[in-house]
Design a protein around this ligand. Structure first.
Ligand SMILES: Cc1cc2nc3c(=O)[nH]c(=O)nc-3n(C[C@H](O)[C@H](O)[C@H](O)COP(=O)(O)OP(=O)(O)OC[C@H]3O[C@@H](n4cnc5c(N)ncnc54)[C@H](O)[C@@H]3O)c2cc1C
Length: 68
């Protein structure tokens, strides 16, 4: 099985990893931060959640329908 190494677990790295894995590649993803997602992340403070990245494209289908 061919091996692929992806540097960075942002949207691009995760999406590429999923697709390559589906195609049968052995995929390793390396991320320098503690969490995956890259610029797509959330801050939680005092019970409130703040989306600080690509909210529109990443939100759940039901939420998108409700908001737009
Ligand atoms: C406020 C905001 C709103 C946005 N809204 C939208 C929107 O509505 N719709 C939309 O389509 N886009 C939106 N975007 C843009 C979208 O967030 C980015 O285009 C997308 O997240 C980029 O993904 P990426 O995987 O290319 O890069 P990144 O998310 O930057 O991920 C790169 C990853 O690589 C890691 N990395 C870097 N160097 C190394 C290394 N040497 N070793 C290991 N790991 C490494 C980083 O830590 C990071 O996790 C928005 C962005 C912001 C900031």
């Amino acid at each position: 099985m061919k091996k692929v190494i992806i540097i960075g677990a942002g949207t691009a790295g995760l999406a590429a990893g999923i697709r390559l894995k589906t195609l049968g590649f052995n995929v390793d993803i390396y991320e320098k931060n503690e969490k995956v997602g890259g610029r797509m992340y959330q801050i939680e403070e005092q019970g409130f959640k703040f989306d600080v990245g690509p909210t529109i494209i990443m939100m759940k289908k039901e939420e998108f329908k409700r908001e737009y």
